[in-house]
Design a protein around this ligand. Structure first.
Ligand SMILES: Cc1cc2nc3c(=O)[nH]c(=O)nc-3n(C[C@H](O)[C@H](O)[C@H](O)COP(=O)(O)OP(=O)(O)OC[C@H]3O[C@@H](n4cnc5c(N)ncnc54)[C@H](O)[C@@H]3O)c2cc1C
Length: 431
């Protein structure tokens, strides 16, 4: 089973000979970048080794939020909220975006104080937020709100449908002139005197003066083969889809033991909230020390294990050339097994909070490997040592909501237009 069900995407078959920009990766970041560049009149080829949104971009929870975001990303996220608002019209397709509000809950005084402290960051933005007590929470989460101490509510936050949004954006990019080829891995960069001249794909070579790598969990591996260092690890999060049932919350909730948000089909996406699984792999020993501060922030939320991923990633360690079959062709879609144990715990917690969910069936479950950087914000940056190579990756578990604006910022860097936000916090050179 390859993750959640996805619509058909009608892509192109033939590669162009020459384009201005090649985008590697058909997730929300690559698709949004391709749309931006195409709208600005640049010729674009997007290569996706598997399916549009086959990996993180269709597997995520669908939250589009300012809440609890790293302050360094908030200005970009404020742009994203505005872009989501007009995205259906801009793309001519449905993204499922709606401002349904999000609540992060608190059961303890300490957690409440943390939420209040974070809320200070909202002051600079035109985004509402309010600490609610039990009665206010009860109105948003009937039968459960009373059991909570407090919750921070951001009514302008919301959700979009991960199984529709990236398709909408990629379809619009193609409608406007981008060439989009799925089932086409980019194997390597063509570099002359340090500068980008094009890419080698499994279907042939393409000339380009700029390349954007939006390869999600594959970016580090791709770059390692090019001699560029990117510290990036993968963390597994497990998700399930429940069938429609009445009497549950309309507002997305992050609370102890689970997260929940309503889906456009009336059902719910429920996940393991903060609980993530971390597979020990060779990279853990090479770069794991850089991630210690991030892990230690909430060590109880991470479960370490040794699994089959060790062998898979160890086998990917050999370098390759442009004529070789690469790991990108070996694994068209990264489709990890979800942790059923974690999902059982989340489902029990969700049914305890909302007894109506006992009537809902679990119609599907899936896992998603999240690409994380040591400081948990993305890299949106030109690679100084390879003029013409731009990275837009490492979104660390929150790249879906910010995706449309991240695509805009990435396009700004490629074209040399005035960037919508100061790109310095996202530079690769910070590592
Ligand atoms: C379970 C889960 C829950 C999440 N919840 C949220 C949420 O609620 N809100 C939020 O904002 N974010 C969330 N995220 C994070 C969000 O999904 C990601 O940050 C975002 O989708 C990243 O998009 P991307 O385009 O960078 O990567 P991806 O969607 O992973 O796309 C990268 C693509 O690049 C392709 N690729 C890689 N290498 C090559 C190559 N050499 N040639 C061709 N193609 C290549 C891959 O096949 C893949 O399709 C969640 C993630 C997961 C897994």
């Amino acid at each position: 089973m390859l993750g959640p069900q996805l619509p058909q995407f009608n892509g192109d078959r033939a590669l162009p000979h020459t384009v201005d920009v090649v985008v590697i990766g058909g997730g929300i970041i690559g698709a949004s970048t391709a749309l931006e560049l195409t709208e600005r009149g640049h010729s674009v080829l997007l290569c996706e080794k598997g399916m549009i949104a086959g990996e993180q971009s269709s597997r995520n929870w669908g939250w589009v939020r300012m809440s609890q975001r790293d302050p360094r990303e908030m200005e970009l996220m404020a742009h994203a909220l505005r872009l989501w608002e007009g995205l259906d019209e801009r793309t001519g397709h449905k993204t499922g975006y709606t401002r349904s509000g999000i609540v992060f809950t608190a059961r303890t005084r300490r957690r409440e104080a943390e939420l209040a402290k974070w809320a200070e960051h909202l002051k600079d933005f035109d985004v509402e937020g309010k600490m609610l007590r039990s009665a206010g929470l009860e109105a948003l989460a009937p039968g459960y709100g009373n059991r909570l101490r407090a919750g921070y509510h951001t009514p302008q936050d919301g959700r979009a449908e991960p199984q529709a949004a990236t398709h909408a954006i990629a379809s619009a990019a193609r409608d406007k002139g981008a060439v989009i080829v799925t089932g086409c891995a980019v194997r390597a960069l063509d570099v002359e005197a340090g500068r980008i001249r094009g890419v080698f794909t499994e279907k042939g070579r393409v000339n380009a003066t700029a390349v954007v790598l939006a390869g999600g969990a594959w970016s580090r591996l791709f770059l390692r083969n090019e001699g560029v260092f990117l510290p990036q690890l993968k963390v597994l999060n497990s998700v399930m889809r429940l069938s429609p049932v009445a009497g549950v919350t309309e507002t997305a909730l992050w609370t102890r033991g689970f997260s929940i948000r309503k889906r456009a089909d009336g059902g719910f996406t429920v996940a393991t909230a903060g609980e993530n699984t971390f597979d020990i792999v060779p990279d853990t020993f090479r770069i794991g020390h850089r991630f210690l501060p991030a892990f230690l922030k909430d060590i109880s939320a991470v479960r370490f294990r040794v699994s089959g991923r060790w062998g898979i990633e160890a086998a990917q360690d050999r370098p390759w050339g442009a004529q070789d079959r690469t790991p990108f062709e070996e694994t068209r879609v990264l489709d990890p097994q979800p942790s059923q144990k974690a999902l059982r715990r989340a489902l029990a917690a969700a049914r305890d909070a909302f007894p109506a969910l006992a009537q809902a069936d679990v119609t599907q479950s899936w896992g998603g490997l999240i690409d994380v950087t040591p400081d948990e914000i993305p890299v949106i940056s030109e690679v100084q040592a390879r003029p013409g190579l731009f990275l837009s990756t490492g979104y660390s578990g929150h790249g879906f909501g910010i995706g449309p604006a991240a695509g805009r910022l990435t396009a700004d860097l490629v074209t040399g237009d005035t960037p919508i936000v100061d790109p310095r916090p996202f530079r690769l050179s910070r590592f």
